[in-house]
Write a protein that binds this ligand. Structure first.
Ligand code: GTP
Ligand code: SPV
Ligand code: MN
Length: 593
């Protein structure tokens, strides 16, 4: 009991409150994972269904199927709170509750919530254990699905306990699925205590507390205090035909294409994309004045629908990889003839005998999908055939460009280089995107989502913009900032840009700009490619459509400007003057006669 005094103390207090039948300390080993899967197949249940079902091991090695509680299919932003002592610090971008009141509520809901269940104690690192940027964490949970998912998504091991020793230098995550009652569901953050407390949901972002809860909401607050950034970003290395690798990060809101971009298989000869991360980047200033990125995670929790050999071959190879045990599929459909997972967009014909994500037989009715639109896979990044050799580099990789994207069917060009860091921060602050099925809300509605961090920034976004500006000032070699949009549509509503593997063409232009290989032309929105420099060989996009991808109609921008202003005004005097100035400059450049 001498070792891990503080961890023990917290585990004991938690057990006294949650009253589990037993406590299991996990070590993250494969042997243990196999045992947990067994328990999930034979003992633990959700609504009388086993937690895991073995899938066809020949075609999908190490793969298991999980069906969630039917009300528990996505992040619940309306039930997510950031409990700073002062509401102002949480800002208009977060739900807020007084920390004392929040704890009283959670204590009441947690009393006896693990009765009849096992309490799993999971020691894990976010980041490579040798990295100066890594953080030691402990999560408590009461379901095998979460314990197994954490093994895939993080570096879980007993070494973490050794690292922590008797100190209280660890991030606490207390999770219980409770009885899945949406009325008793809360995901609460206590940033100053390095504590996340989540009850009532087993869904990824609500329950894998190392992910959005710690690595973004709490980490962004730590980064604000300590001078670094925690971002909702992909990290990739782009290798050119000469073998030079340029590292970039890409921010995009949930279900807008990060996983696809992270795993991109290039259609341009000689170019190759190396994967380092698909969801979260921690960005630190290196001693050489450059920005360095690490991915604190080790797994991919990606959207299944739309994933195919055509759109994302690397992802399918990863899902069929055998290196790391196990791979999970959650809320996809099931082919009952072959015992394989299935989702809309997967290659080949629709199988004859399918059951949908809720276990009902399904025969292609027009108005329902067999797989839930937010059905996901959980798989180790070490299974990826395109994993960068720098993935485990404790220092991270030096970033030459930051790319900010979103889903905009109108208005926003395919790619724009911002004039400078400050303009780039403004372009990030004004970013909007159409909502997706990754969170419970109306899908397809435009909302402002600065740097794709609206649901994840653990403090007032006015202060966050200031923090970004300050980081820029400290970098002697700041990355260039770009915006991208794969989703502009033509008059018939079809995507103009083919996307997926073809996005390498846009990345190539970005790399060319970073290396000063090509010039660009100045427009009211920023720097555009000269179309001759955007390699579109073999794409068969007519010139007028290509031009449409870059069209700026100042009169169409007036409503957009009003909406941006309204959004930014919420932050009152916490909005940096520089952002206001950039807004005025943009409005001026877009002035209609
Ligand atoms: P989170 O895991 O929720 O953070 O999301 P993500 O950004 O990783 O999303 P993901 O890559 O899984 O994107 C999912 C959706 O974007 C699917 O519907 C894809 O078909 C679509 N998508 C991805 N890339 C492209 C693209 O280049 N063009 C088009 N049109 N759609 C794309
Ligand atoms: C997202 O919603 O942005 C995801 C999935 O990446 S989750 O882990 O649930 O947040
Ligand atoms: Mn995400």
């Amino acid at each position: 009991m001498v070792k891990n005094k503080k961890v023990q103390q917290w585990v004991n207090e938690t057990a006294n409150m949650c009253k589990p039948d037993k406590i299991v300390w996990c070590d993250g080993s494969e042997e243990e994972a196999r045992k947990l899967i067994e328990i999930g197949m034979k003992e633990e249940k959700i609504e009388n269904n086993p937690i895991f079902q073995e899938l066809n091991q020949k075609n999908w090695p190490n793969a298991y199927y999980h069906r969630s509680h039917p009300t528990d299919v996505a992040r619940t932003e309306h039930l997510t709170y950031v409990c700073h002592p002062d509401k102002e610090i949480a800002g208009p971008n977060n739900n807020w509750m007084d920390p004392k009141e929040a704890k009283e509520l959670l204590t009441k809901l947690s009393d006896g919530c693990m009765r009849g269940k096992t309490m799993y104690v999971l020691p894990y690192m976010m980041g490579h254990p040798d990295s100066p940027y890594a953080k030691a964490c402990i999560q408590i949970t009461d379901v095998s699905y979460v314990a197994i998912s954490m093994r895939i998504m993080t570096r879980m091991s007993n070494e973490v306990l050794e690292k922590i020793g008797d100190s209280d230098n660890f991030v606490k995550g207390l999770h219980s699925v409770g009885d899945f009652d949406p009325d008793k569901r809360f995901i609460m953050h206590f940033p100053d205590e390095h504590l996340v407390w989540s009850i009532g949901s087993g869904y990824g972002g609500n329950a894998l507390l190392g992910k959005k809860c710690f690595s973004l909401r709490i980490a962004s607050w730590l980064g604000y205090q300590e001078g670094w950034l925690a971002e909702h970003m992909v990290i990739v290395g782009i290798e050119d035909p000469k073998g030079k690798i340029t590292y970039v990060t890409v921010a995009m809101p949930s279900a807008c294409g990060k996983t696809n971009l992270a795993m991109l298989e290039s259609t341009l000869p000689g170019y190759k994309v190396w994967t380092l991360g698909d969801d979260i980047a921690w960005l630190n200033i290196g001693s050489d004045g450059r920005l360095y990125a690490i991915n604190p995670e080790t797994g991919l929790f990606g959207v299944a629908p739309g994933t195919s050999m055509k759109t994302n071959p690397n992802m399918l190879k990863t899902l069929k990889g055998e290196k790391f045990y196990p791979t999970l599929f959650t809320n996809t459909a099931l082919n009952t003839d072959t015992n394989e997972p299935w989702w809309e967009g997967l290659d080949g014909p629709v199988p004859k005998n399918l059951i949908d994500w809720q276990g009902k037989s399904w025969n292609s009715p027009q108005d329902t999908k067999a797989a839930h639109p937010n059905s996901r896979f959980t798989v180790s990044i070490y299974n990826s055939p395109a994993l960068s050799k720098e993935f485990d580099n404790p220092k991270g990789v030096p970033i030459s460009a930051i790319i900010l994207g979103g889903k905009r069917t109108q208005l926003i060009p395919l790619v724009v280089e911002t004039f400078n860091w400050q303009h780039g921060v403004f372009m990030g602050a004004r970013a909007g995107s159409e909502t997706t099925a990754a969170a419970i809300h109306k899908v397809g509605v435009l909302r402002r989502d600065p740097m794709a961090m609206l649901p994840f920034c653990g403090y007032n976004m006015g202060d966050y913009f200031r923090h970004w500006l300050n980081i820029g000032k400290k970098l002697t070699h700041p990355p260039k900032i770009f915006t991208v949009n794969w989703f502009r549509v033509d008059d018939n509503g079809g995507f103009i840009w083919p996307g997926f593997g073809e996005n390498i063409r846009v990345l190539k232009w970005i790399v060319d700009r970073v290396n000063n290989n090509v010039s660009a032309k100045s427009t009211p929105l920023g720097l555009f490619p000269n179309l001759k420099d955007l390699n579109c060989e073999g794409l068969n996009i007519p010139q007028d459509k290509l031009e449409k991808l870059f069209e700026i109609k100042p009169q169409e921008w007036q409503a957009e400007l009003e909406d941006i202003k309204k959004f930014l005004d919420q932050f009152g005097n916490r909005l940096p003057l520089e952002i206001r100035q950039e807004f005025e400059k943009l409005a001026d450049r877009l002035k209609t006669k």
